[in-house]
Design a protein around this ligand. Structure first.
Ligand SMILES: O=c1[nH]cnc2c1ncn2[C@H]1C[C@H](O)[C@@H](CO)O1
Ligand SMILES: [Zn+2]
Length: 362
């Protein structure tokens, strides 16, 4: 399984809704930033070796062990200068991969150990995103990047982070998320934050149905009011008679499909954490065929050694996806973005559709 993307796939316009800033650093930047702040615990100081180390260590089959690798990237992201650089490089890397719109998430509470305040973290990342957008526009097509602020589900900062989302809603922050180990940390632990966000007409997604099953998805949607699901792969547990030729949706799966709740699916990441067995058998294809609102995402480009183009190429090579399928998933993603309606339409009409038309005519 290489997934080396073709030039045709790289050229396609892409929309990315689920990408972690602290899961997408260039290995050389991790090394450089660690050196600047005197962090000496990196497993390697060689960029190629370090990239391999992240991929191999994240390949454990367990979400908890997968998450341990973030210790090193988060350690390197504790200064405003470092955060700005990581954010700017993130935008450049996404733009070079054909991404035209991205929502990139991170947990501000994880970047305070160098003495920064939450606001300083958000402003540094925003500055980096704006700089990255400018640099990318000089080199090629326009890219828009918005931040999602994540609260860690095992911690107790979600209300504070939710307030930050509202404070920065007109300054580059599009919404809220919770992430981290799922088992033992149900979304309802953070109900106050979600209720506050709903009263404020703010947007949020929830990581749910990745390492834990239907109860997590049900709480995320029916108790907390999630607009989108991070992963959501375990919705498959609510398919009755799967593979018998007489398949039916349970009540929750039917609700997710009927309400067009977007699924932020991340195929390679799910294989690493044990949420799926292979690209060929990943639920994303079954869910696409059943017309759920499926989107394709990277999750953590560093830990999975991946990109949007690579995820798309893998689906084409190993799960029979066509360019039309990729177009459909891309439009699904743009329709589901936490971005104003008219601007979503403009990106679909001006960038996504013409880009796919070019590819389909070629
Ligand atoms: O796939 C994931 N599931 C749950 N939590 C995750 C995943 N990928 C990254 N995270 C965590 C680790 C990061 O430090 C945090 C914020 O980006 O979010
Ligand atoms: Zn994630």
């Amino acid at each position: 399984m290489t997934g080396d993307p073709s030039r045709e796939i790289i050229a396609l316009p892409k929309v990315l809704l689920h990408d972690h800033l602290d899961g997408g650093l260039r290995p050389s930047t991790v090394i450089d930033l660690a050196d600047r702040i005197g962090y000496t615990d990196l497993p390697s100081n060689d960029a190629v070796d370090l990239g391999t180390w992240f991929r191999d260590s994240a390949d454990s089959g367990s979400l908890e062990r997968y998450l341990e690798t973030f210790e090193h990237t988060v350690a390197a992201m504790q200064t405003q200068e470092g955060l700005r650089r990581v954010a700017a490089e993130c935008v450049q890397d996404l733009a070079a991969d054909g991404v035209v719109y991205a929502e990139v998430r991170y947990a501000p509470e994880q970047h305070l150990s160098g003495g920064l305040a939450l606001e300083q973290v958000v402003e540094a990342v925003n500055d980096g995103f704006r700089a990255g957008e400018r640099q990318a526009a000089e080199a090629g097509p326009r890219i828009v990047v918005r931040a999602l602020l994540t609260a860690m589900r095992h911690a107790a900062k979600s209300t504070e982070i939710a307030r930050l989302v509202v404070q920065y809603r007109d300054h580059g922050v599009a919404g809220f998320d919770i992430a981290g180990a799922e088992a033992g940390f149900p979304p309802t632990r953070h109900l106050d934050a979600f209720e506050y966000l709903r009263r404020e007409n703010a947007h949020f997604t929830i990581h749910a149905g990745e390492a834990f099953g239907l109860p997590s998805i049900w709480e995320a949607i029916q108790w907390c009011g999630a607009e989108r699901l991070g992963h959501g792969v375990r919705i498959m547990d609510d398919f009755v008679g799967l593979g018998t030729g007489d398949e039916k949706l349970g009540l929750l799966a039917a609700y997710v499909r009927d309400r067009r709740i977007p699924l932020e699916m991340c195929p390679s990441s799910n294989i690493q954490t044990g949420a799926a067995r292979s690209i060929a058998t990943h639920p994303i294809t079954h869910l696409k065929d059943a017309r759920f609102r499926v989107t394709i995402n990277t999750d953590n480009r560093l830990m999975s050694g991946t990109s949007m183009s690579r995820e798309m190429q893998l689906l084409v090579d190993e799960a029979g996806w066509t360019i039309e399928d990729l177009r459909w998933a891309t439009i699904n993603a743009m329709k589901s973005a936490f971005y104003p309606f008219e601007q979503r339409l403009a990106i679909i009409e001006e960038l996504v559709k013409p880009g796919y038309d070019r590819a389909l005519e070629a």
